[in-house]
Write a protein that binds this ligand. Structure first.
Ligand code: NAP
Length: 219
């Protein structure tokens, strides 16, 4: 039985990741700011009060996890603040960077003592963080935060290899959640694809940017 810690677990893709991993017998630690009714009804361990942008919250989570081994850390929490050139709110750019980029960095760093040989770190990024794939422009803050999240994952893959920890960047597809206002595939289907990619991750394949459908995305 693997122990999996998931951020942004109260709704959307994170909630479905919790549901599916719990259903197959994994020990799920659901981290969130505030648990939803759906999450509470799952009867799994919940660590609430986690704003991934707040170092003190991240430190508190690490204390609560304690000396337990984490087999998979899924950095899923994220925000999207739409913008278009030239109307870009610098504070919103920074906010997205703090949640989408520095959040996974803070979590991974704080939980290093719980990760070991064979552990995996997943970062739910987005294909809009691909420079090569960008054909539509706009969404400066979100794109900047996700392209930096991709570099974070690629960098961690190098730095954590000697510890035997594999890292993956993931794009879930366009998913019908509060983030998108309901367009796209179901969060349930997206979670299935993400879990498949995390299951397939090895130290040899570490550092890749994968679509939930199973193909590699360009940087
Ligand atoms: N939906 C898509 O089409 C799509 C496409 C590509 C990538 N993604 C990525 O997939 C991930 C999950 O998105 P989603 O579609 O499931 O969105 P969602 O339904 O809006 O859920 C976002 C989750 O992130 C949490 N969160 C936001 N800010 C946080 C913070 N500062 N600290 C802790 N948790 C925070 C939210 O918690 P609260 O309830 O507390 O706000 C919520 O649990 C994100 O990283 C997103 O960028 C989504």
């Amino acid at each position: 039985m693997a122990t999996v810690l998931i951020t942004g677990s109260n709704r959307g893709i994170g909630l479905q990741l919790c549901r599916q991993l719990h259903a197959r017998g994994d020990e799920v630690i659901a981290a969130c700011r505030k648990p939803s009714k759906s999450l509470r009804e799952m009867n799994i361990e919940i660590i609430d009060g986690l704003d991934v942008a707040q170092q003190q919250d991240v430190d508190r989570l690490a204390t609560m996890v304690g000396i337990r081994r984490i087999d998979t850390l899924i950095n899923n929490a994220g925000i999207l603040r739409l913008d278009s050139f030239p109307d870009i709110d610098e504070q919103q750019v920074i906010e997205q960077f703090r949640v989408n980029t520095l959040g996974p960095l803070k979590l991974t760093r704080a939980l290093m003592s719980c990760l070991g040989t064979g552990s995996k770190v997943a970062i739910v990024s987005s294909r809009v963080g691909s420079i090569a794939d960008n054909a539509s422009g706009n969404n400066y803050g979100y794109r900047l935060s996700k392209v930096a999240a991709n570099m974070l994952g690629a960098n961690l893959a190098i730095d954590l290899k000697s510890d035997g920890i594999a890292v993956i960047l993931l794009h879930p597809g366009l998913v019908a959640t509060e983030m998108t206002g309901g367009a796209g595939i179901s969060a349930d289907d997206a979670a299935k694809g993400l879990i498949r990619q995390i299951d397939a991750l090895t130290l040899q394949s570490s550092g890749k940017f994968m679509h939930a459908e199973g193909y590699e995305l360009p940087w």
